[in-house]
Design a protein around this ligand. Structure first.
Ligand code: ADP
Length: 270
């Protein structure tokens, strides 16, 4: 059996997806990027192949993507994370036609508009400021002494109107949050306030490409159900969250690896 890997070297996490000849996801792995992207990416791929019993010979084509994609020299090809995200969303959504992707990563956020074939027609990106990114959520969680993976749980325990967080910069938001804690506001209400402030920012970004349904939300922060709920409430629309939202871009790269390999084989025979 031949296998195909997609490696998404993000600013915060390395995501690896492996698909088989049918394009079915057979396994994935998420590990921290740290500062040694290349070393960790190689190690994570090696570990995943061992877990899945895939040999070097069986892994026939690898495509890298993400912020550190060019550092992964073993890859046969590399593609932009926008293209990989679009291919991955189409694969993960199955029969559901996705027209808009919201991606929140560790250090940026994006809105991507797709046509009915799943091709990228437009995109908007915020990579200048940490507000509205995973980093912002991580800083908030750290200040509140909870884990980023607990934010969703706290959100749903909030009672009353979510607090409004006015700072648009992560550094100022940090001191605003400390101030709110000092004024006896609960962690739950602060968390809900942060989610609503991120939701408002992300919707502004999505409006730049146009809000067309269905809307697909991915990246690590899409695992946060509180944030999902805040975005849905602010949009007044339901959004589609794939089963593994953090690995869509890696899955897209793996699907492209499968396609490129097929193309290479056909042209070799011809
Ligand atoms: P990048 O591709 O830029 O490295 P990711 O899409 O991997 O970014 O997202 C990383 C972010 O995802 C982290 O900063 C963190 O806030 C968030 N995250 C990761 N796991 C979880 C989880 N289980 N629950 C909530 N948020 C999470």
């Amino acid at each position: 059996m031949d296998y195909f890997a997609g490696i998404d070297i993000g600013s915060t996490a390395i995501k690896i997806a492996i698909v088989n000849e049918e394009g079915t996801l057979v396994g994935h792995k998420i590990s921290g990027s740290g500062s040694m992207f290349y070393k960790y990416a190689k190690q994570a791929l090696h570990d995943l192949m061992r877990e899945l019993n895939i040999t070097d010979r069986e892994l026939v084509y690898t495509v890298s993507t993400g912020y550190g994609r060019k550092l992964f020299k073993e890859a046969e090809e590399n593609i932009s994370e926008i293209t990989a995200n679009a291919i991955g969303a189409r694969a993960a959504a199955g029969d559901i036609e996705i027209k808009t992707i919201i991606n929140i990563g560790g250090q940026d956020s994006k809105a991507i508009s797709l046509d009915s074939e799943g091709n990228v027609v437009n995109f908007a990106m915020n990579d200048r400021c940490a507000a509205g990114t995973g980093k912002f959520l991580d800083v908030v969680a750290m200040n509140l002494e909870i884990g980023a993976d607990e934010l969703g749980e706290y959100h749903f325990k909030s009672t009353g109107t979510p607090l409004s967080i006015n700072s648009t910069c992560a550094v100022f938001a940090e001191s605003e949050i400390i101030g709110l804690l000092g004024n006896d506001h609960s962690v739950e209400d602060i968390v809900a306030g942060v989610h609503y402030s991120i939701a408002k920012r992300i919707i502004k970004l999505v409006k730049r490409v146009g809000i067309k349904e269905r809307i697909y939300f991915d990246g690590g922060p899409a695992l946060n159900e509180g944030l999902v709920s805040a975005i849905e409430n602010e949009l007044g629309k339901e959004i589609f969250i794939p089963e593994h939202p953090q690995i869509t871009t890696a899955l897209g790269a793996a699907m492209l690896a499968l396609e490129s390999y097929g193309y290479e084989q056909t042209h070799k025979e011809a």
